[in-house]
Write a protein that binds this ligand. Structure first.
Ligand code: HEC
Ligand code: HEC
Ligand code: HEC
Length: 433
């Protein structure tokens, strides 16, 4: 899940604006006794469970090795570390004494029970779009089905004045628009359902939309692609560089299974989105997300098999381990081609590297991550593994394979500084272990 995000709230200038105090101030809600499990219908609780998965609440609110939803998952920002809060129904350290109104205000306005502003590392800018029924269902689920856990929130490591929550009011004034999702009249029901899910609970834009210097999504460039957690979240628009354009059917397949024959695998931060988040949604919802995003890409439903990029990549053929050839080709032939063989057809579960966004993005980061660390069984296609080559190949060798694939399989310009990038990404892996 998102670990690195810019902290907003440096918007000191707006403090001078008239009416700011009024805008910034919110009353506290009185504490309540945690509601009884039988105050909610079972169907409502079940709906909340599905939505909690689709909103990745547990992914962000669970520390490594910690109890689910008990918080203290660290999110690094350029200014310091923010720890997610305990949202179990523990009355003392969690949200057990929050009324439904207090919970709804947090989701819609980014304000906690005491009236303090919450940081936008919590994606309330998306959750604000959810329906009343869906927010009520989330509340019902958390209050009745999440185990209450006593866990004190670690203090955020933000320097003064960024640790002053009142400043968040300035950030919100500049960048935050609260309000429920509004359906678009001339679009289909499926399109509107997809838009509701993408813009709201599943908050795809939190990773796929670029952010400004204060950490707010650039609303004029929706889904245009962004760097996130030291990966690249590719554009989900016509600017996506994959050889085969993303259609509604391809989106559906990828989000349902973590892989498609023409677009490869969901790895890195995208893996939990698919395998922990979206997997609880009914097929009709995944299809609706496909309808919405397919329309944004606008490619229509042309047969991918007839796509010239596919023919071109296949024509690159099986490389020979011939020592007179380029080093990248030689290494590719020995380390990769056994599985990524570029024979006569595109193979299920073995991404064709000529049409994949990993080889076509302007930034080689995703390709390098996969080469160094592989794809584990819980990422990409469920149960299928690609081995990592971080120990077998050095930086220069990984860079040579990347350069070879880029030159032989894609029409894109060569990548600069490949070896340095490999070293940087390798160092990130070493830090994480
Ligand atoms: C991308 C990470 C992320 C995701 C996803 C996320 N949260 Fe959070 N949430 C946070 C962070 C970080 C905070 C604390 C913000 C702060 O300290 O101002 C927070 C705060 C909250 C709060 C305020 C709690 C308090 O004690 O003040 C609530 C309620 C909450 N989240 C509910 C949810 C629910 C429900 C979901 C899923 C639908 C969810 N969150 C998904 C990161 C996340
Ligand atoms: C936590 C950050 C994050 C969130 C949230 C997220 N994505 Fe991603 N997404 C990524 C990253 C990083 C990649 C690249 C990973 C890879 O190529 O394996 C990616 C890859 C993708 C791809 C493949 C693109 C390509 O050209 O290969 C699609 C499609 C996609 N995401 C759709 C979505 C949708 C739809 C949502 C919301 C339901 C979503 N993502 C939410 C980070 C995220
Ligand atoms: C043992 C077989 C095997 C070898 C060897 C292998 N791969 Fe893979 N590779 C796979 C499989 C299987 C997947 C899909 C994994 C999944 O979906 O879970 C994959 C996925 C990928 C992806 C992901 C594409 C995407 O959509 O994000 C890239 C890139 C990749 N491989 C590159 C390479 C390179 C470069 C080499 C050589 C250094 C290599 N692979 C060696 C089996 C292999």
């Amino acid at each position: 899940m998102i670990k690195r995000i810019l902290a907003g709230g440096v918007a000191l200038a707006v403090l001078g604006l008239g009416g700011f105090g009024l805008y910034a101030w919110h009353p506290a809600f009185d504490p309540i006794t945690p509601p009884m499990a039988d105050s909610f219908a079972p169907e409502q609780i079940e709906q909340g469970r599905v939505l909690a998965a689709a909103g990745y609440c547990a992914t962000c609110h669970t520390a490594a090795g910690g109890a689910p939803f008990a918080g203290n998952y660290p999110m690094k920002t350029d200014f310091g570390t923010i720890y997610s809060t305990n949202i179990t129904p523990d009355a003392e350290t969690g949200i057990g004494n929050w009324s439904e109104a207090a919970f709804e205000r947090a989701m819609r306005e980014g304000v906690d029970r005491s009236g303090a502003h919450l940081l936008p590392a919590f994606p309330f800018d998306h959750f604000t779009k959810m329906s009343d029924a869906d927010i009520a269902a989330l509340y019902a689920y958390i209050m009745t089905s999440v185990e209450p856990v006593k866990a004190e929130h670690k203090a955020n490591e933000l320097p003064f004045p960024l640790n002053q929550r009142i400043l968040q009011a300035g950030w919100k004034m500049l960048f935050f628009k609260s309000g429920r999702f509004e359906p678009v009249a001339d679009k289909s029901e499926a399109w509107n359902r997809g838009a509701y899910l993408v813009e709201g609970v599943t908050h795809c834009g939190a990773c796929h939309t670029p952010r400004n210097a204060l950490g707010a999504e650039k609303t004029d460039q929706p889904y245009a692609g962004a760097a996130i957690d030291d990966w690249i979240a590719p554009p989900l628009t016509a600017a996506n560089p994959s050889g085969v354009p993303w259609s509604a059917a391809e989106f559906y397949q990828y989000l349902k299974t973590g892989t498609t024959i023409y677009h490869g695998s969901a790895a890195g931060p995208m893996a939990p989105v698919v395998h922990a988040g979206l997997k609880e949604l009914p097929d009709s919802d995944l299809a609706a997300i496909g309808t919405y995003l397919g329309d944004i890409v606008g490619a229509g439903g042309a047969d991918p098999a007839a796509n010239p990029a596919v023919a071109q990549s296949l024509a690159a053929g099986v490389p020979q381990a011939d020592y007179r050839k380029d080093e990248g080709e030689r290494l590719y032939a020995t380390a990769c081609a056994a599985c990524h063989y570029n024979s006569q057809q595109i193979t299920e579960g073995r991404p064709d590297l000529g049409i994949n966004s990993a080889t076509r993005l302007a930034d080689p980061t995703n390709l390098i991550h996969v080469m160094l660390n592989g794809i584990s069984a819980d990422q990409g296609m469920a149960g299928v593994v690609m081995p990592g080559f971080g120990t077998a190949l050095n930086d220069q060798q990984i860079a040579a394979i990347a350069a070879y694939l880029r030159a032989s399989r894609t029409p894109e310009a060569p990548w600069a500084d490949l070896e340095t990038k490999v070293a940087t990404i390798r160092a990130l892996g070493a830090m994480a272990h």
